[in-house]
Design a protein around this ligand. Sequence first.
Ligand code: ACM
Length: 548
Amino acid sequence: MKKILFVLLLCSIEVVQAQSRVNLTPRPKQMVEGQGQFELPSRLVVAYGSLPDSLSREAARFVSDLNAATGLQASALSSTEGAIRMQLVSDCSPEGYRLAVTNEGVQVEASTSAGFFYAFQSLKKMLPANVMARKYDARRKYALPVVTIADEPRFRYRGFMLDVSRHFFAVDQLKRMIDIMAAYKMNYFHWHLTDDQGWRPEIKKYPRLTTVGATAPNCRITDMKRGTYWTNQPYGPYFYTREEMREVVEYCAQRHITVIPEVDMPGHFVAALAAYPEFGCDPSHPVTVWTTGGVSREVLNVANPRAMQFAKDVLAELCDIFPGPYFHIGGDECPTNAWEANADCQRLLKEEGMKSFRELQSRFTEEMSDFLATRGKRTLLWNESITAQGSDLARVKKNNPLIFCWYPCQKAALMASENGFQNIVSDIHSDTGSYYINRKQSTDPGEPDGAGKGDDTVERCYNYVPVPESVPAHLQPFYTGVQATFWCEWVGTNDYLEYLALPRLMAVAEAGWTPQEAKNFEDFRRRMGLDREMLDLGGYSYGKHIWK
Ligand code: ACM
């Protein structure tokens, strides 16, 4: 077995034949298909030898999923004898794995639990579609094609961001999206929890956030059948309890997905200020939760120590709920007008000798990042935190934040890299494509209302090159990953969310995993065509444009 893998690696064969029997997305780094198949016996044994619980757990989960979908009576055993054998190796990268399926069985190799998880995901995906869809069908024959795979991701960050502020999505719907992320080996769920249109995370110390702040006075819905209309009713209060947030964290953890909470500050903060106007720049003019998109001039008063403490209190409560190493504090689209008109801000600017009101944002970012660092968290920021004119890069840089580049994405990513910031590519829309997968994906007359002009097609999303060849080699290591980003100003129903996200989410997943030179849109289209069975079984709504 080892020998087969060794030869495979030496030859660096990258083969996915046109008529491949193996349907894997993201496309594996290296794959050689053989003849024949391995039919799973009804009492299949997954042998995990003496692997510790942290690794053997992956076998137990695989077996549980398999049995639930197939009616087989597979078991995971601490044995060296079994048709599927797990082997801990030291020469796989942290998320990498190797699989060798022969007529007799399967050898699974990895160096971490994530690696074993991805190996088992690949095995599930190579079985009939009901296995990944988790739909019971005891009548099918469950067999794996003979194949040898040596796989690992291109990027260590492969994210999906969902905005739950503009419209709210219940935990069950989040889980449906997380299932898709896991099926396509994505590993970060960036949860955009707050914005001008609604505050969603429960914060014990500030209960008005999830009453006043979580209720909009009206709501615009785009119904995929009826079209767009206003409900003329209050929308909310919609929020997640602490238990629900923990449930999402746990659901993700089982799928090797880290949850990144985002509290967007100091701009995009109207919902919070509607609940606690005293933390705004002009408390005598209270604001209400917004009902449409746009950029508000009402922002947190970053020169008010009580407002700063409010922000830290919120972060502190959420740090206890989200165990991951990252915390996103937004930083995008923050006009300085309210600071310019505010006496506290004017004074602070003068006292600290700042040249621009934008430096107030850099100062805020530094203070929040310092605070997050005391909780063991690394700060994540949208690119304006460094690209907005007048930003104090040294202050922002102090805690080594990760920069999410969206507009102008490639310029921001290059600038971030040149200044030593790691970055994530999530282009809103450019000549070469878009990773904002909420945007309209076609110009068909029947397309529901949405963001964009309809030119953000699946193909352009797929063909977007996250690290252009023009990026100098010494800067390329700063490009840390890719993210599919989904904003919900127009999207408030589960079916519309899925319809826009799928299959562009898979296109970004493949950009995150598969080497650039191994990507091919026609092949992706073919594989997605095969995946329709899984999506249909799962009752997913999805865009069918690429098969027309
Ligand atoms: C953004 O799209 N405002 C990050």
